[in-house]
Design a protein around this ligand. Structure first.
Ligand SMILES: [Zn+2]
Length: 286
C-alpha cells in the first residue's frame, strides 16, 4: 500500500506541479520497505529453542559459510593444535555431546577443533557447526565435564542459529545489498560473482560478537546438552568460576566476546533449578 502512495507523489514531482519527493529518496524508501518486509517475512520456527526467528539463509548456506570461515578462524589463533592427544580429547567430547543430546536432531555437521594459541582464553562457534576452543582455555580446565560445558555452550550458539539471526539483522540494516549477496550466493560454486562479498561477510563472522541474550540462551542450551549427554550441569558453573579466576591475573579475551561470568553464574543456577526441579540426578559425570 505504501508503495502506491509513493508512486503518485513521485509522478506529481515529475510533472512539475509541485516539488515531490526526489526519486532517489523514493528508491531508498522502497528498498528499506522491502528489507523490512523481507526480514519479517523470513521467519522460521526453531524446534531447539522453541521460538520463531527471522533468518534469511538456508541451513546449507550456514554450513557453507562456516566451512568457508574456518581457515581464517584457525589462522587467527595459531592454526590447529598439533597436540594429537588433546585434539582427540576435544573431538571426542564434542562428538559425545552431539550424539547423546538433542543437538543430534539439528541438521548441522558439528566439528570440534583445538586451536594452538596458548595465551588466548576463548571458544567460538561458526554457523553450521564449526566449533573451536583455544589451547589457552583448555589448559585451565580440569575435568571432561568442563570441556563438555564449553563445547555445549558453543553447540548452543549453532543450534539456536545465532549467527544466521545476526546476519539477518545486519542484512536488514544494510538494506538490499546483503539480500543480493545472499540471493546470488551458491555454496557449491566458489566462483559465483558474490564470492568477494561473501568473503567480506565471512571476515565479519570470524569477529562475531553475540549479544547478551544470545549468550544466555547458549548457556541455557549448554546446560541442557551437557546434562543430556551425561555430564553434571554444574560443570557449567565450574567453568564460569575458572573463567572468573583467570580474569584475576589478566583479562581473558573471552570477555571481549562473552558477558561477565559472575553475572552468568546466577542465571545458570536458575536454569539448572528450572531444568531439574527435583534436584540433579545422581551419577552424572564431572
Ligand atoms: Zn557464547
Amino acid at each position: 500500500m505504501g508503495m502506491v502512495t509513493l508512486d503518485r507523489d513521485s509522478a506529481q514531482g515529475t510533472y512539475g506541479r509541485r516539488p515531490g519527493i526526489p526519486p532517489r529518496v523514493i528508491i531508498a524508501l522502497v528498498i528499506a520497505a522491502f528489507s523490512v518486509f523481507t526480514y519479517f517475512a523470513s521467519s522460521s520456527y526453531n524446534p531447539i529453542t522453541e521460538s520463531k526467528q527471522h533468518i534469511s539463509i538456508t541451513r546449507d548456506q550456514e554450513i557453507a559459510l562456516g566451512l568457508q570461515a574456518k581457515p581464517q578462524m584457525e589462522r587467527q589463533y595459531g592454526g590447529e593444535s598439533r597436540d594429537i592427544r588433546k585434539q582427540a580429547l576435544v573431538k571426542e567430547i564434542g562428538a559425545e555431546v552431539v550424539s547423546k543430546s538433542d543437538a543430534s536432531k539439528t541438521p548441522y555437521r558439528y566439528e570440534f577443533h583445538l586451536l594452538a594459541d596458548p595465551r588466548t582464553i576463548n571458544a567460538f562457534a561458526l554457523p553450521g557447526g564449526q566449533v573451536f576452543i583455544t589451547q589457552g582455555l583448555l589448559s585451565h580446565l580440569t575435568t571432561r565435564g568442563q570441556v563438555a560445558a564449553v563445547l555445549s555452550h558453543e553447540i548452543g550458539h549453532v543450534a539456536a542459529r545465532h549467527s544466521a539471526q545476526h546476519l539477518a539483522k545486519q542484512r536488514l540494516t544494510e538494506g538490499l545489498t546483503g539480500a543480493t549477496v545472499i540471493a546470488t550466493y551458491d555454496p557449491n560454486d566458489g566462483n559465483s560473482r558474490a564470492s568477494a562479498q561473501v568473503a567480506m561477510m565471512v571476515g565479519q563472522m570470524v569477529n562475531l560478537k553475540f549479544n547478551r541474550n544470545d549468550e544466555l540462551e547458549a548457556d541455557r542450551l549448554g546446560v541442557r546438552f551437557a546434562a543430556e549427554s551425561g555430564y553434571d550441569p554444574r560443570s557449567m558453573i565450574k567453568l564460569m568460576e575458572v573463567l572468573r579466576d583467570t580474569s584475576r591475573s589478566r583479562q581473558p579475551e573471552f570477555f571481549a566476546t562473552h558477558p561477565n561470568p559472575e553475572n552468568r553464574i546466577e542465571k545458570i543456577n536458575a536454569v539448572i533449578k528450572e531444568q531439574f526441579p527435583q534436584g540433579i540426578p545422581e551419577g552424572l559425570r564431572q
